[in-house]
Design a protein around this ligand. Sequence first.
Ligand code: AMP
Ligand code: GLY
Length: 422
Amino acid sequence: MRVLVVGGGGREHAIVRALARSGHAPELFCTPGNAGIAADAGIVAADDGVVPAARRLGADLVVVGPEVPLVAGLVDELEEAGIAAFGPSAAAARLEGSKLYAKEAMREAGVPTAGHELAASREQALAHLSGCSYPVVLKADGLAAGKGVIIAADRDEASAAVEAFFTEQRFGATQVLIEEFLEGEELSMLAVCDGTNVVPLAPAQDYKRIFDGDRGPNTGGMGSYSPVAGVDAAMVARTVAEVHEPIVGLMAERGTPFRGVLYAGLMLTAAGPKVLEFNCRFGDPETQAVLPRLRSDLLDLCLASREPGGLAGVETEFTPDWAVTLVLASRGYPESSSKGDVIEGVEAAAATGAEITHAGTAHEDGKLVTAGGRVLNVTALGPDAAAARERAYDAAELITFGGRQIRTDIAARAVERTTQEA
Ligand code: AMP
Ligand code: GLY
């Protein structure tokens, strides 16, 4: 079986590695891929589009990683061309593509989420801000690579955010959601769906801010770990029942069934889990921590998600080991990124047993160099959070490049919790 993975980040590298463990022993290809993925999959050019590339390849399945092509309808195009594809249709991907669409769907399905107001202009936004309580959250309506969210502590910060959104057009949005600030701990609950059934993956947490202590601007994600202390099978079942299933049910009723990965970004509030956002795909960097723990066959899950009722009664199995993923980012990230810095030590890091997945890397004159904001992910497994964390940091220490940024507190919370428990 030939499988083509679309995307070129750490998430896609982790997907390629998980597919390689499938009992189907698939032949793996990736477009556009990156310098690391090239070692695990054939790199395919798709200058004329993914559909012709998949056809030339004779792909039996295309797995679409990132949200942009999903929201743009790549899965619809592939399926219309008779090529099997894993991921939601454009209509279903609106759950991620429009925060407003997601809010309305949640209201209709009775899914708990933060209260919000919609502002379609600078004046409307400023008017809402005069009556709201602080802190308050402002979100650009469209896709913004995890960066279109501003948490404003007070009115001044909120007004500055409004100028950034409407006057500077920093995220290209014409509508902004002004949302109630939720307090609690975040949880990423990903689930594979077939339009009707919901099969949860292991719970994970990610770190969105660039600096230790959750300071600085939001990024695409600086680290993650799985499982999550305190999130037991009952909590997983609760989020599936209160969040995923009602939404999947609503999307089916609307004639736009959700197939693929439905990622609920949740806040565990005192009043229970509430949705911060939906994503229509595997999370990055959660996937780099979750998939190395998956014992079930990822390819089987992808194939089953395309069949109506294909996931009925399916359960996933994960190793009890913990996984910790660290992101190594380049100088200037997230505002900018630097390219061409020579990377050393990847082989030594991999030799420790850690899994190194590539995000923004390239080969230049025979050397591995940085080629993006998030450069590499280092994932290590261990029998407990402390062991996984230590192994991940030991391996990451071996990797060097100019301007390297790494958070030093990834999974520290998990270690604290689990040692208290023990
Ligand atoms: P989002 O892209 O909507 O997940 O937002 C990015 C990050 O902003 C989330 O992971 C949270 O850390 C934070 N955030 C978003 N919405 C809220 C909210 N209503 N209350 C508190 N924090 C939020
Ligand atoms: N980890 C956040 C995201 O994938 O959007």
